[in-house]
Design a protein around this ligand. Structure first.
Ligand code: C2O
Ligand code: CU
Length: 460
């Protein structure tokens, strides 16, 4: 067995954790609970650094998790106390289009001082999250994000259920968010990569554990652009869900690549000896860092449990590959990538001057017309051709899709990482009427034009 060193600090800062103060919002007197989008301060950096000025939901980083049971309603009144407009998008939820929060497509942005009532049923059990969908890069980079957890009707067997929301911050020497959201270097390369990672708003997330304890870990990559590679030591974990959807077959976890916006649910059995420490890690080029630290004291059971059962399926519709409508998506632009067909160098330069760098089917920014219109209930196959030199985390709103692979389908996902210069094919059943965005969830890429939409009609 090879020894690995786990660095308990992420990059610039020294170790030490401070709990962010929690403030709850309650529903009282029949009024819907409020989500205030507001300025706040949070101790993101370790002790010795000052608090960071953030934008937060109800004052905390991350926003307090919303937890409901599958099939229950989520009712939240967004109150905008920021100086600029915002919306909330409920990422991964197969939701009524009017509640999707896509600014200018499904609703007008909520102006400062105004509010908007989000009210929808959560149809699927799983790990989801919410974030703004207006000026998304800046608003997420400043801290607006929170978990949305939909519990199964019958809870799976685990001793605890932990949400781990990972944020990637670009902080200056005073631990303040660097406001370089128009940075062309970020926009044309791998996005806005930060220099400080928090888990649940903490520089170091620590939870005492017991040997043979089983923890359900719901990991959410809320980074604007950073792709995480998860690893572990001192625990034995299984993948039970991806992007909120149960996997058909539970697989042992070794490494998982988690692109921005993606989630993984792990069942993790603590196997480290009493007195030692288990870690969920982030494996980076320059080292292995702890995302969650589990000092082991005492024993929960004399042996660890068997392989977990698959989670209750959410009942996604069956894809009809043969009868599917077909469409294709060519990604171009960025540094060292192909230019869209027919585009001239000088046109490209003009676009870059306006902060636009990426093209979906030859267009940069939200087009007036959808990339495709399909009938409700129709299956759709989409060829994706990434002609750029970077990977992209493509996210479809309102639906989960599957990768079409030689031997069958991949797992149901709402976000797929398409490697540089790679091709792939996805398929889904367009069963949710409305206007749905399809965009790169590397938010610097989205800001630089990497977005489009498709329309699902009301009748086949
Ligand atoms: Cu997580 Cu278009 O969003
Ligand atoms: Cu991208």
């Amino acid at each position: 067995m090879s020894m690995i060193t786990i660095d308990r600090r992420y990059f610039l800062l020294a170790a030490g954790a401070l709990a962010a103060s929690a403030r709850m919002s309650f529903a009282t007197g029949g009024m819907p609970a409020e989500i205030l989008a507001e300025r706040a301060k949070a101790q993101l950096a370790p002790a010795g650094y000052g608090a960071t000025e953030v934008w937060a939901y109800n004052g905390t980083i991350p926003g307090e998790a919303i937890r409901v049971r599958r099939g229950e309603r989520v009712t939240r009144n967004l109150v905008n106390r920021l100086d600029e407009a915002t919306t909330i998008h409920w990422h991964g939820i197969r939701i009524d289009n009017a509640m999707d929060g896509a600014a200018h497509l499904t609703q007008e942005p909520v102006q400062p001082g105004e509010s908007f009532l989000y009210d929808f049923v959560a149809p699927d059990a799983g790990t989801f999250w919410f974030h703004p969908h207006h000026e998304t890069l800046e608003q997420v980079a400043r801290g607006l994000a929170g978990p949305l957890i939909v519990e199964e009707r019958h809870a799976p067997d685990a001793d605890d259920d932990l949400v781990l929301m990972v944020n990637d911050w670009r902080l200056d020497a005073d631990a303040q968010v660097v406001a370089d959201f128009n940075n062309m270097m970020d926009r044309t390369h791998a996005g806005r990569i930060g220099n400080h990672i928090t888990v649940n708003g903490l520089a170091e997330f620590v939870r005492p554990a017991k040997r043979n304890e089983r923890l359900r870990l719901r990991v959410i990559n809320a980074a604007t652009d950073r792709v995480l590679t998860l690893g572990s030591t001192g625990l034995n974990a299984y993948i039970v869900a991806l992007d909120g959807m149960p996997v058909d077959e539970v697989r042992p976890f070794e490494r998982v690549v988690l692109a921005p916006a993606q989630r993984v649910d792990l069942m993790a059995d603590i196997t480290a000896d009493i007195g030692s420490t288990a870690f969920l890690t982030s494996v980076e080029r320059n080292g292995t860092f702890s995302l969650a630290t589990f000092p082991v004291a005492g024993e929960a059971a004399s042996s660890s449990r068997d392989t977990p059962n698959p989670l209750e399926p959410n009942g996604l519709p069956e894809i009809d590959l043969e009868g599917a409508a077909t469409t294709s998506m060519v990604m171009a632009g960025g540094m060292m990538g192909a230019m869209p067909e027919g585009m001239h160098q000088h046109e490209m330069r003009d676009m870059m001057r306006n902060g636009q760098a990426w093209f979906l089917n030859g267009e940069s920014g939200m087009p007036d017309e959808p990339m495709v219109r399909v009938a409700r209930g129709e299956s759709v196959r989409m060829m994706i051709d990434n002609q750029t030199a970077f990977a992209h985390a493509m996210h479809l709103h309102g639906h989960h899709f599957r990768e079409v692979m030689p031997g069958g389908f991949g797992p149901a996902r709402d976000t797929i990482l398409v490697d540089a210069r790679a091709q792939t094919e996805i398929a889904f059943v367009a069963d949710n009427p409305g206007k749905w965005m399809f965009h790169c969830h590397m938010l610097a890429h989205q800001a630089a034009g990497m977005m489009t939409w498709l329309e699902v009609g009301h009748q086949a």
